[in-house]
Design a protein around this ligand. Structure first.
Ligand code: ATP
Length: 310
């Protein structure tokens, strides 16, 4: 007798490709070092239109490949966050992680834009669909949080307030399109090193508990770029500048080109410039590239959607 189709897991074929966005932290307020080694954060994430694509194809054994200009900087073994995501999902479902993951990398590596977290979110969704699991969204978000503090946001996209270590997410309303330029630097910065430098620089300070800025949340809701420019904040910026003093020149170059505001993206060294419109974005990107103060400058917009099967 023929088994009904629903009795066996679907046997999907081919390749599933998922597109995942980079992020910028429009507010990154960092509390003091906690006894568990983490920092409390008030972290306002905004997904931006720079994307990695993660493709999952059935394979005889786990395999990972990476393409793109920064491919050589990305680990291609089991330490890659995308591979770890596939392993975690497989383990929860008692499967073997027999999948070929390919990452087409466009997000700067170790650039403070959560590229590794994006790939983990992308791999999780791609494998879930490839293996016909259709895990509920809430469960996938739970797996994201196990993989890293920034991974749930990479999965969700849009804009969100992250509290705790950054992984407790509240989605935020965004009332318009913001224009940005991102200047990638040569070489990355290690996120743990930047936090350590932040602690060192503030060793004698009383560090308040971080809270989300009402002015910043209102600027996002209104889609008001001028107001957002006045409210941007990154507590890791002094540490990133201390470790990479040349970033000050990059920030000043973008401001001189007419950007409304400039800040280091997350732990850096990518610099983010909020600009008034698409024309200003093109001019700022051109001036930054011509100045030689960065490796490459790209114009884009926010908010961007989260992990999406394409
Ligand atoms: P964040 O903003 O979340 O602190 P980041 O954007 O500064 O992160 P990533 O691009 O995520 O940094 O890379 C940080 C390190 O993680 C890299 O130096 C690399 O060794 C490792 N890594 C593991 N998996 C990946 C991946 N899929 N893509 C990029 N880096 C990865």
């Amino acid at each position: 007798m023929t088994q009904p189709a629903a009795a066996t897991p679907a046997e999907p074929t081919g390749t599933i490709t998922v597109r995942v966005p980079a992020k910028v932290n429009v507010q990154l307020s960092v509390g003091g070092l906690r006894p568990d080694g983490f920092h409390s954060l008030a972290n306002v994430f905004l997904a931006v239109g720079l994307y990695d694509s993660v493709s999952a194809t059935r394979a005889e054994e786990p395999r990972l490949t990476v393409s793109g200009p920064d491919a050589a900087l990305v680990p291609q073994d089991r330490t890659n966050l995308a591979a770890r995501a596939a392993e975690l999902l497989a383990e929860r479902h008692g499967l073997a992680p027999e999948v070929h993951l390919h990452i087409a990398k466009d997000i700067p590596v170790a650039g403070g834009m959560a590229g590794g977290s994006a790939d983990a979110a992308g791999a999780l969704l791609a494998c879930d669909r490839l293996w016909g699991l259709n895990t509920p969204r809430e469960e996938l978000l739970g797996l994201c949080a196990e993989l890293g503090s920034d991974v749930p946001f990479s999965f969700a996209g849009g804009a969100a307030l992250g509290e705790g270590r950054g992984e407790v997410l509240t989605p935020l309303e965004v009332g318009g399109t913001f224009h940005w330029v991102f200047a990638a630097a040569d070489g990355g910065l290690s996120t743990p090193d930047v936090y350590r430098e932040c602690d060192r620089l503030r060793a004698d300070d009383d560090v308040p508990e971080p809270v989300a800025s009402e002015a910043l949340l209102a600027a996002l809701r209104a889609g008001d770029a001028q107001a957002l420019a006045g409210a941007l904040r990154n507590d890791l910026q002094p540490a990133a500048l201390s470790l990479r003093p040349s970033l000050a020149e990059t920030l000043n170059t973008g401001l001189a080109a007419g950007a409304l505001a400039a800040l280091v993206s997350g732990s850096g060294p990518t610099c983010a410039f909020l600009v008034a419109d698409a024309d200003s974005a093109a001019r700022t990107a051109h001036n930054l590239t011509a100045s030689g103060t960065c490796r490459a400058a790209r114009a884009t917009t926010s908010p961007a959607p989260g992990a999406t099967v394409v």
